[in-house]
Design a protein around this ligand. Sequence first.
Ligand SMILES: Nc1nc2c(ncn2[C@@H]2O[C@H](COP(=O)(O)OP(=O)(O)OP(=O)(O)O)[C@@H](O)[C@H]2O)c(=O)[nH]1
Ligand SMILES: [Mg+2]
Length: 343
Amino acid sequence: MMLAASVLDGDRLALARLLTHVENDTADGRTALRALFPHTGQAHLVGITGAPGTGKSSLVNRLALHFRTLNKRVAIVAVDPSSPFTGGAVLGDRVRMKDLSGDRDVFIRSMASRGALGGLARTTASIAQVFDAAGYEIILIETVGAGQGEVDIARLAHTTLVVEAPGLGDDIQAIKAGILEIADILVVNKADRPGVETTEKALRSVLELAHIPESERAHHGTPPEIDSAGPTAHSWNVPIQRTVSLDGLGISELADHILRHYSFLHTSNQWIKRNEVRLAAEVDSVLQHMLVLEFHSRLPEGRYNDVMRQVFARRLSPGEAVESLLDGTRGEHAEPVDGGRQR
Ligand SMILES: Nc1nc2c(ncn2[C@@H]2O[C@H](COP(=O)(O)OP(=O)(O)OP(=O)(O)O)[C@@H](O)[C@H]2O)c(=O)[nH]1
Ligand SMILES: [Mg+2]
């Protein structure tokens, strides 16, 4: 409770400490999150995703600087799903973001996937909530667009930028990952490089071909019939913006697209819908997480490993294994083994 109060008070040290608690899923972290939740719902969550090396961090850095000129308080969450052992990417990001350090209205948090107990997307959602409650108006979330985990994180955002760069495979890898389905804004970064027209043309043709109706896109989850008030307020044409994050070319235009999308979300009622979809997904995710924890805490010591050994030896199928484990907890349920139930 004290931690939450300090965070609401603008205490940066408390904020940093709370983020660590949240990342480690501690009891103090959960208590603080509970206290902060009523103070959330204001921040604009912007996801920045794309293949490694497309310039996401440089872009985020530039965007943050730009939003600072508009006097917005900015938080940056850099999710690093790469190997936990190198730590190189995280360090590099910190160095590149040095332009922003010392600004009290900017907070940068690098998050290693290793630190996120039980679900990167859920932890990222919680971290975004902390920043939201702490009064950060724009939360930039950088993720490498590689797999489902990153798509889940993108789904968290109100506005998702997918970053491409010339030469990084003009067959557009991102399409395969279905990442275009989550894009609200497409960015062709490194526009100073040769091949920018080719990349842009490829993206444009994909947009035209796909022509994904707004209501059917992945992170909306809204059935088409809800969008009945006419097409104008309810359709968003995914813009393609060229940028050079080295010198800032196209950054103010990109920021305008982001702010325009924010207005669009409000005028089209998507803001509320997206928040509801996000919160429902979060509740489901927490529910699953809690059920599994609860379940494990009820199992007698060593039971899980015993059953798994039988599965590995092919004596039990995974289905039989679960049934056997469930039977076990039903039996033990009334009297948990020593130290078994923690929470
Ligand atoms: N020529 C050129 N290089 C750029 C531009 N933006 C970024 N770079 C360079 O591209 C490299 C990767 O940039 P990052 O910002 O780290 O890219 P990233 O997408 O965050 O990379 P990961 O987080 O490792 O996936 C760096 O060497 C940048 O200096 C650009 O607009 N033009
Ligand atoms: Mg990066």
